[in-house]
Design a protein around this ligand. Structure first.
Ligand SMILES: Nc1nc2c(ncn2[C@@H]2O[C@H](COP(=O)(O)OP(=O)(O)OP(=O)(O)O)[C@@H](O)[C@H]2O)c(=O)[nH]1
Ligand SMILES: [Mg+2]
Length: 310
């Protein structure tokens, strides 16, 4: 028997747990996660090779109405993420913050389902966060509501947090594999470069520790990234990063009282960087104000946040 591949896009509203779910399926964290909406900004590929089958997951930004050029690019990333896939996984929240019934399905989900219909993309419905349900019957209502609007090939209640149901989803995805050579080396887990991984780890810590609108106006650029040997011969990763924010007041908040916030973010990021790369790291972070960068195409391009069609 020959090699097989399956390309799967993971789509849904913001904050429903798309990135968490991809990480859980991969068994490794490649996409950052936070409780703030619009955490994922680009299309992120996660690769899982199991025996002869290579699963290629495409995590996408949460569907929303863009308010700036960055947002427009994020929505383009959803569209390109849906091109040429074998299957889509629509992730919904088992415990949404509003009442969902047959006349009240979130617009973003209806829009995504419209695209499945137009492009004839088969889809699995993943009902995530079931660990938060006291009454499991609520799942049955959701299944009935969503089954009316699309002929999902399967509906899988699961928890990206506990892992419950995730193997069932992988089995459902497996049904869509095709005879095809693997597109990625079998030991590869993501298409993100090491520099991008580091920038994303730092952005995750900023998202998790800052409130209100500040995290949305933040971008991280890695200026230097190299490994060197210390005097006693152990390798160390040297990272120098610039954090861009939109206002002087934001810069003050990111730095914090006597630099306390920046210190906290730096040490949390360093821990994760060390875990990911398996060696010690030295991290220096600078903060710069760049007003309105989210509408600056040149800056968005420099930061790798625009979309290329490939
Ligand atoms: N209780 C619970 N929380 C979850 C689960 N899956 C994800 N979360 C939490 O939900 C929040 C959003 O998770 P993400 O994975 O960043 O969601 P996302 O859909 O990728 O969000 P965007 O990238 O902003 O579109 C985080 O706080 C996660 O820890 C789950 O199964 N159970
Ligand atoms: Mg995400």
């Amino acid at each position: 028997m020959g090699e097989k591949s399956v390309f799967v896009t993971i789509v849904g509203r913001s904050n429903v747990g798309k990135s968490s779910l991809m990480n859980k399926m991969l068994g490794q964290k490649v996409a950052i996660v936070s409780s703030k909406p619009q955490t994922t900004r680009t299309r992120i590929m996660g690769v899982l090779t199991k025996g002869e089958t290579q699963f290629v997951f495409i995590d996408t930004p949460g569907l929303h109405k863009p308010k700036n050029v960055l947002g427009e690019n994020m929505m383009k990333a959803v569209s390109t993420g849906m091109a040429d896939v074998d299957l889509a996984v629509l992730v919904i929240d088992a415990k949404p913050h509003f009442k969902v019934d047959k006349d009240n399905i979130p617009m973003a989900e209806l829009e995504l389902i419209g695209r499945f219909k137009d492009k004839k993309i088969p889809a699995v419905l993943a009902i995530n966060k079931i660990d938060l349900l006291e009454n499991k019957e609520e799942i049955l209502d959701l299944i009935t509501i969503y089954s009316h609007i699309y002929d999902f090939s399967a509906v899988v209640p699961l928890s990206a947090k506990t892992g419950s149901g995730v193997d069932i989803l992988i089995n459902e995805i497996d049904k869509f594999k095709k005879e095809s050579p693997h597109f990625f080396p079998d030991d590869e887990v993501t298409d993100q470069s090491e520099k991008v991984m580091v920038a994303e780890i730092i952005r995750e810590k900023l998202l998790r520790n800052l409130s209100k609108e500040i995290p949305h106006g933040i971008a991280v650029d890695i200026e230097r990234f190299y490994e060197r040997d210390t005097v006693n011969g152990d390798p160390i990763l040297e990272v120098e990063a610039t954090v861009f924010c939109e206002k002087d007041t934001h810069k003050g908040i990111i730095i914090g009282k006597k630099g306390a916030m920046l210190k906290k973010i730096g040490s949390l990021a360093r821990e994760d960087i060390e875990k990911f790369f398996g060696i010690k790291a030295d991290l220096k972070i600078w903060i710069k104000v760049k007003e309105g960068w989210r509408n600056n195409r040149g800056m968005i391009h420099t930061l790798g946040l625009d979309v290329t069609d490939n």
